[in-house]
Design a binder for this molecule. Structure first.
Ligand SMILES: [Zn+2]
Length: 126
Protein backbone atom coordinates (compact mmCIF):
# COMPACT_ATOMS: atom_id res chain seq x y z
CA UNK A 1 0.00 0.00 0.00
CA UNK A 2 1.34 3.39 -0.96
CA UNK A 3 0.62 6.50 1.05
CA UNK A 4 1.12 9.77 -0.79
CA UNK A 5 4.24 10.30 1.27
CA UNK A 6 5.68 7.20 -0.29
CA UNK A 7 5.44 5.08 2.84
CA UNK A 8 5.03 1.43 2.24
CA UNK A 9 3.81 -0.81 4.98
CA UNK A 10 3.27 -4.50 4.78
CA UNK A 11 0.54 -6.63 6.25
CA UNK A 12 -3.09 -6.25 6.92
CA UNK A 13 -2.23 -3.79 9.66
CA UNK A 14 -1.17 -1.27 7.13
CA UNK A 15 -4.51 -1.40 5.44
CA UNK A 16 -6.16 -0.54 8.73
CA UNK A 17 -3.98 2.48 9.31
CA UNK A 18 -5.70 5.72 8.56
CA UNK A 19 -3.84 8.50 6.89
CA UNK A 20 -3.45 10.47 10.11
CA UNK A 21 -1.78 7.44 11.66
CA UNK A 22 0.65 7.18 8.77
CA UNK A 23 1.85 10.63 9.71
CA UNK A 24 2.40 9.57 13.32
CA UNK A 25 4.17 6.41 12.16
CA UNK A 26 6.75 8.43 10.28
CA UNK A 27 7.21 10.81 13.23
CA UNK A 28 8.02 7.92 15.55
CA UNK A 29 10.52 6.48 13.10
CA UNK A 30 12.05 9.86 12.28
CA UNK A 31 12.59 10.68 15.95
CA UNK A 32 14.17 7.32 16.67
CA UNK A 33 11.45 6.25 19.06
CA UNK A 34 11.47 2.58 18.14
CA UNK A 35 13.83 0.28 19.98
CA UNK A 36 14.10 -3.44 20.31
CA UNK A 37 14.53 -4.85 23.78
CA UNK A 38 16.28 -8.09 22.96
CA UNK A 39 16.22 -9.39 26.49
CA UNK A 40 12.47 -9.12 26.85
CA UNK A 41 11.79 -9.74 23.17
CA UNK A 42 9.62 -6.70 22.92
CA UNK A 43 9.65 -3.58 20.78
CA UNK A 44 9.37 -0.24 22.49
CA UNK A 45 7.87 2.86 20.99
CA UNK A 46 9.15 5.72 23.09
CA UNK A 47 7.41 9.06 23.39
CA UNK A 48 8.24 12.08 21.29
CA UNK A 49 9.00 14.94 23.62
CA UNK A 50 6.17 17.43 23.73
CA UNK A 51 3.99 15.16 21.63
CA UNK A 52 3.11 12.26 23.87
CA UNK A 53 4.51 10.83 27.08
CA UNK A 54 4.03 7.08 27.19
CA UNK A 55 6.32 4.26 26.12
CA UNK A 56 4.34 1.50 24.49
CA UNK A 57 5.28 -2.14 24.16
CA UNK A 58 4.73 -3.98 20.92
CA UNK A 59 5.04 -7.73 20.93
CA UNK A 60 5.12 -10.27 18.18
CA UNK A 61 1.78 -12.02 18.21
CA UNK A 62 0.63 -15.16 16.47
CA UNK A 63 -2.86 -13.89 16.07
CA UNK A 64 -2.25 -10.30 14.98
CA UNK A 65 1.45 -10.39 13.98
CA UNK A 66 1.92 -7.51 16.42
CA UNK A 67 0.15 -6.55 19.54
CA UNK A 68 0.50 -3.16 21.20
CA UNK A 69 -0.51 -2.33 24.74
CA UNK A 70 -1.93 1.10 23.89
CA UNK A 71 -5.58 1.88 24.41
CA UNK A 72 -6.34 2.27 20.73
CA UNK A 73 -5.01 -1.16 19.87
CA UNK A 74 -6.66 -2.85 22.82
CA UNK A 75 -10.10 -1.44 22.09
CA UNK A 76 -9.73 -2.34 18.40
CA UNK A 77 -8.78 -5.83 19.51
CA UNK A 78 -11.92 -6.15 21.60
CA UNK A 79 -13.99 -4.93 18.63
CA UNK A 80 -12.28 -7.47 16.40
CA UNK A 81 -12.88 -10.30 18.84
CA UNK A 82 -16.60 -9.52 18.87
CA UNK A 83 -16.75 -9.00 15.15
CA UNK A 84 -13.87 -10.07 12.88
CA UNK A 85 -15.33 -7.91 10.12
CA UNK A 86 -14.35 -4.88 12.18
CA UNK A 87 -10.84 -5.25 10.73
CA UNK A 88 -7.56 -6.23 12.34
CA UNK A 89 -6.52 -4.08 15.26
CA UNK A 90 -3.64 -1.74 14.60
CA UNK A 91 -2.16 1.53 15.76
CA UNK A 92 0.57 3.98 14.87
CA UNK A 93 3.01 2.17 17.19
CA UNK A 94 2.57 -1.10 15.33
CA UNK A 95 3.02 0.83 12.11
CA UNK A 96 6.22 2.38 13.44
CA UNK A 97 7.60 -1.04 14.39
CA UNK A 98 6.82 -2.35 10.93
CA UNK A 99 8.65 0.54 9.36
CA UNK A 100 11.60 0.17 11.74
CA UNK A 101 12.10 -3.56 11.21
CA UNK A 102 11.95 -3.02 7.48
CA UNK A 103 14.58 -0.30 7.64
CA UNK A 104 16.81 -2.54 9.74
CA UNK A 105 16.25 -5.54 7.53
CA UNK A 106 15.13 -7.51 10.53
CA UNK A 107 12.38 -9.33 8.79
CA UNK A 108 11.88 -11.75 6.04
CA UNK A 109 8.61 -11.07 4.37
CA UNK A 110 6.89 -13.98 2.80
CA UNK A 111 3.61 -14.60 1.14
CA UNK A 112 1.04 -16.40 3.21
CA UNK A 113 -1.98 -18.04 1.71
CA UNK A 114 -4.43 -16.64 4.19
CA UNK A 115 -3.25 -13.20 5.08
CA UNK A 116 -1.03 -12.04 2.29
CA UNK A 117 2.29 -10.90 3.62
CA UNK A 118 3.66 -12.28 6.83
CA UNK A 119 6.88 -11.77 8.64
CA UNK A 120 9.54 -13.75 10.34
CA UNK A 121 11.81 -11.98 12.71
CA UNK A 122 15.43 -12.50 11.73
CA UNK A 123 16.25 -12.51 15.41
CA UNK A 124 15.51 -16.23 15.53
CA UNK A 125 18.57 -17.02 13.46
CA UNK A 126 20.79 -14.28 14.90
ZN1 LIG B 1 -0.20 1.24 19.98
Amino acid sequence: MNGDNGVQLYSAHARELRHTQQHKVMKFVEYGCVEYDRENRVFLCKPIEGYNSTTYEIRNSKEFEWECNCQGFQSAKRRYEKDPNAGLPSCSHVGAVWEWVKQHNLIKVRQSVRDGLQLTLMEESA
